[in-house]
Design a protein around this ligand. Structure first.
Ligand SMILES: Nc1ncnc2c1ncn2[C@@H]1O[C@H](COP(=O)(O)OP(=O)(O)OP(=O)(O)O)[C@@H](O)[C@H]1O
Ligand SMILES: [Mg+2]
Length: 251
């Protein structure tokens, strides 16, 4: 193996042996995941399988009871979501956490406003917002449009762009198409594909196999908090994936 392929083989983000309990409920039991640059990894499992708990650990919301996280091959401990973000791990939750009455640009840089002296540098903000929106190729009327006027798909696009604008090299998406119609889902899936083409690592949670199967490079399945299997896009058929989700160990 030459040096370059060695470097490419180091995952942007890896979790090894991650466990987490809430009281008597073991939400996660020795779970591993790895996501590389330019890769979309899907995380699947039934309701309550532990998907959200797992990404909250990756995102610095919860500390794991056991196991370790590595960014670029180096062990990290995230004491907060801000620390995860500093390391390049950006998460888009289902509620999106956008401020409806503010425009797209303000939402992209919420809490991280550019300043010029003591003032917010609005010119720079709009310029940077336009660059961010163009880089992911999604369509909104303007970065000055307030979020309350946007469709569900456009809002999802704004939330994904914010993850990127905040420096997300690893972008985690929890059910990004759950609330969307067919056309809007297609636009968001295209945007997720753009993240991969930019060399980011993506972790995608979705219940919709029609969305996941054509897009994901690898599929990780959780069953009742335990790893149920990993399949590559070449191996993955809907039947195999559904059997893993149901906890069929004979797959
Ligand atoms: N903060 C918490 N306190 C107590 N129990 C929790 C907490 N968060 C999750 N759990 C439990 O941990 C298990 C895993 O939940 P989690 O939300 O991670 O599942 P999920 O795979 O995201 O499910 P869904 O597809 O419904 O979103 C469940 O049994 C859940 O009830
Ligand atoms: Mg969940």
């Amino acid at each position: 193996m030459d040096q370059n392929s060695d470097i490419a083989a180091v995952p942007l983000l890896a979790a090894n042996g991650v466990s987490k309990s809430f009281g008597h409920v073991q939400a996660l039991d020795s779970v591993n995941i790895a996501v590389h640059a330019g890769e979309i990894v899907a995380l699947l499992g039934e309701n309550g399988a532990g998907k959200s708990t797992f990404i909250k650990i990756l995102a610095g919301v919860y500390a794991p009871d056991a196991g370790e996280l590595l960014v670029d091959g180096r062990p990290v401990r995230f004491g907060s979501p801000a620390e995860a973000l500093n390391a390049g791990v950006a998460t888009v939750y289902q509620d999106l956490a956008l401020v409806e009455q503010r425009d797209v640009a303000s939402n992209l840089f919420l809490g991280r406003e550019f300043t010029k002296g003591i003032f917010v540098d609005r010119r720079r903000m709009y310029k940077e917002a336009e660059i961010a929106v163009e880089s992911l190729d999604f369509h909104i009327p303007s970065v000055r449009t307030t979020v309350d006027l946007l469709s569900g798909g456009q809002r999802q696009a704004v939330a994904i762009s914010r993850a990127v604008a905040m420096g997300g090299r690893i972008v985690i998406l929890d059910e990004p198409t759950a609330a969307l119609g067919v056309r809007e889902s297609a636009a968001v899936l295209e945007m997720i594909n753009n993240l991969r083409e930019q060399g980011r690592g993506v972790i995608l949670i979705s219940h919709n196999l029609q969305h996941v199967l054509p897009l994901a490079d690898r599929i990780f399945v959780l069953h009742r908090g335990r790893p149920a299997g990993v399949v590559t896009s070449e191996e993955a058929t809907a039947e195999i994936v559904v059997r893993l989700i149901m906890g069929d160990t004979s797959v």
